[in-house]
Write a protein of this length. Structure first.
Length: 97
């Protein structure tokens, strides 16, 4: 099984490949929407005088954006890109070992 990462040459483990195959199905706009939604919700909390809740929800923005970046990288460079190039699924690739 050829599981070399295209960027660094490091090997992907099976668990990471499985997670990437599922999360790469999420559109990148979903993460951007979640980030914008957390900003809007934080503004609503702040306007209604709930400062602690506003800070809590407002801190969700960065993780959502980082997850979106990871999702985009997986689609372009991760094991999902290898699967698309070879035309097979993770199970089919594992069976060829």
């Amino acid at each position: 099984m050829n599981t070399e990462n295209k960027v660094s040459g490091a090997q992907e483990d099976t668990f990471t490949g499985m997670i990437e195959s599922k999360t790469s199905q999420i559109p990148s706009s979903a993460f951007l929407g979640a980030a914008l939604g957390s900003i809007a919700l934080a503004a609503i909390f702040k306007a209604s005088g709930k400062g602690h809740a506003a800070l809590f929800v407002g801190q969700w923005t960065a993780p959502f954006l980082l997850l979106g970046i990871y999702n985009k990288l997986v689609k372009q460079l991760g094991s999902d890109a290898e699967t698309r190039e070879s035309g097979g699924s993770m199970k089919e690739r594992a069976a060829t070992v």
